[in-house]
Ligand binder design. Structure first.
Ligand code: OAD
Length: 250
């Protein structure tokens, strides 16, 4: 049997599956990844000017406008066949969980229920000064164009500036999210890692943590990102082709 056949068979017999997803799973919905050489966001933008607390201090309107633009991209995108395969798998009696690095809501819109957002969400905001989470009103969600500067709204409690509820570079992951992810990853039969470059820690350590907890790890990526461990399968191809086929072939 080749890797694809083996992986399909393992998935078929799995009782508890964790999908660990990165930007590559949303690429075919039209949301750019970060590190793909031609289309990735970091081929065009400098993350240190947009995704750090320092950047927000220096130019809050640039950073707020950037996230409003990305939120607009997300709301114009639709869940794709890979997101849908994951939510359909949960209908088959298995326990299915999603641990995602993505800040979009395409897993939710595909119908998945058990989702841990390790890097926060474009749907949330909090105060930069007092850190209180807050709901944005429809009037505050102005539609922003690429590169547009939009001054952030103010906190209702302390009048500080609101910032997106997203983990920036040099910030810790939300403790609850990491704890939930660890509980799931250490206790699953199979971890399917989809569309992630495995560069940004601590999330990038998740496949290794699953392997050391005796799970099988199936990678789905257009590049070879395997760790070359015995319990791993590397399925090279686009998520929207590989994931539905993985289920149909099992
Ligand atoms: P990257 O942009 O680093 O990696 C995207 C991965 O998806 C690469 O390995 C591509 O080969 C793969 N890929 C692209 N298109 C694909 C497709 N159609 N099907 C399957 N795979 C595909 O994105 P992430 O690994 O998610 O952090 O990046 C990790 C973190 O870095 C992000 O969560 C973000 C960023 O800085 C924060 O926002 C904190």
């Amino acid at each position: 049997m080749n890797d694809k056949e083996n992986a399909a068979k393992i998935l078929k017999h799995a009782k508890k599956v964790v999908f660990f997803t990165g930007a590559g799973i949303s690429a075919e919905s039209g949301i750019p990844t970060f590190r793909d050489s031609l289309t990735g966001l970091w081929s065009k933008y400098d993350p240190s000017r947009l995704e750090t607390a320092q950047a927000f201090r220096e130019n809050p309107a640039l950073v707020w406008g950037w996230y409003l633009w990305r939120r607009r991209q997300m709301s114009e995108a639709l869940p794709n066949a890979a997101h849908l395969m994951i939510s359909n798998l949960a209908e088959t009696g298995r326990e299915v969980y999603v641990v995602t690095q993505n800040i979009d809501n395409l897993h939710e819109r595909a119908g998945s229920q058990n989702i841990v957002h390790l890097h926060g969400s474009l749907m949330s905001a909090k105060c930069f000064s007092c850190h209180r989470p807050t709901e944005l009103t429809p009037e505050q969600l102005v539609v922003s164009r690429e590169g547009e500067e939009v001054p952030p709204p103010r906190c209702g409690r302390c009048n500080g500036r609101l910032r997106p509820g997203i983990v920036w570079f040099k910030e810790d992951l939300p403790k609850g999210a990491w704890k939930s992810a660890m509980r799931l990853v250490r206790d699953c039969d199979v971890l399917v890692s989809v569309g992630t470059s495995g560069i940004v820690t601590p999330a990038a350590d998740i496949p290794e943590i699953a392997l050391s907890s005796k799970a099988v790890v199936i990678h789905v990526n257009i590049d070879d990102v395997s760790l070359e461990e015995p319990n791993e399968y590397m399925l090279i191809g686009k998520a929207c082709s590989v994931l539905p086929a993985l289920w149909n072939d099992s």
